[in-house]
Design a protein around this ligand. Sequence first.
Ligand SMILES: Cc1cc2nc3c(=O)[nH]c(=O)nc-3n(C[C@H](O)[C@H](O)[C@H](O)COP(=O)(O)OP(=O)(O)OC[C@H]3O[C@@H](n4cnc5c(N)ncnc54)[C@H](O)[C@@H]3O)c2cc1C
Length: 354
Amino acid sequence: MRDFGGIVERSPVRVVRPGSADEVAEAVREAAAEGLDAVPRGLGHSTFGQSLTSGVSLDMRGLAGVREVGGRHAVAGAGTSWREVLAATLPRGLTPPVLTDHLDVTVGGTISAAGIGGTSHVHGTQADNVLALEVVAGGRVVTCSPTERPELFDAVRGGLGGHGVITAATLRLVPAPERVLSCAIPCRSAGDLLRVQREARADHISGQVKPSEGGWRFEAKAVLYGDGGEPPPGTAETESLAYPDFADRMRPDVEELVALGEWARPHPWAMVFLPAPRATAVIESTLAEMTAAGLGLSGVILVKALRTDSVLFSVLRTASPGCAPVAEMLAANRRLLDRALAAGGTRYAVDSTG
Ligand SMILES: Cc1cc2nc3c(=O)[nH]c(=O)nc-3n(C[C@H](O)[C@H](O)[C@H](O)COP(=O)(O)OP(=O)(O)OC[C@H]3O[C@@H](n4cnc5c(N)ncnc54)[C@H](O)[C@@H]3O)c2cc1C
């Protein structure tokens, strides 16, 4: 079995697809009795074997489904994808405040990682927007929240399944805009890209670094929710989109990458959190040593200023034919992680730098 990274391979003793929290608890207890690990797997989009095991693999898609949508919350099974959450909440005019760029990842998988999106500078991570969890911990089903078993609640969010298996989540919802205005802002440098993101008064912000003749070009996207917002200074192009189309904006690219075969290639991804004052230096030194072949044909570089004084720098490499081999890309990831650690940063645990 492999994950999206396509680098690590594990053969589980068995795959179990629980259909309820009790069945998860039973599978966990059975695995423990045999001395085996039970590792939850959502949609397997982590990139270095985080969702893989040679013990018992718990296919959490058996717990997909939105059980309830209330005035400002939804209850979803842990195996529900964010696409499925959105499909249930949009008819009520509601949305999770933070969505991942790619919607086909699970509620349990991203809460176990963090779940960062273009609105994280306003709302934090998806894990920050969970009101309560149902979890299998210590072989039994329990609930936790900021007021009930808060230690478990904190350990499970971002815990990569190590402190319990999330079986359901109560998610905070906010009103969804009908339309958004996406503003593209060309930037001069990595430092400029970060400055523009920090200064833009936008609901959703992102930044991309793209190979260009003789170097790199930088572009920020500032997205204003609703009508009537003024594009930020420096905007070169605007596009008005219906919110559901904006939320699902990656779909055409994904379809193209699947058709090209790039989606199935190994993905040695580096994702590091950098303290804002040192971020520009780390990004610049990484770009200085990187070539287009080291990024891969469909590789992407993202720079995202977060709510806390920190920056998520993602070098999402694809080991395309004719480009650098996986081992070379992993070595480059390791150098980036060393640079990030030296600057006081840390890695995003679902990447392939570890
Ligand atoms: C194309 C693409 C786009 C992405 N975009 C974003 C993005 O915008 N923002 C972002 O933050 N991340 C992003 N990621 C990373 C992704 O969010 C993480 O890999 C996330 O964990 C994926 O969810 P999943 O369902 O695939 O989880 P998996 O990869 O299946 O699992 C991830 C980890 O969580 C554990 N886990 C899974 N389910 C549970 C559960 N129910 N209870 C406890 N532990 C569990 C697994 O054991 C594993 O350790 C992206 C990844 C890809 C491939």
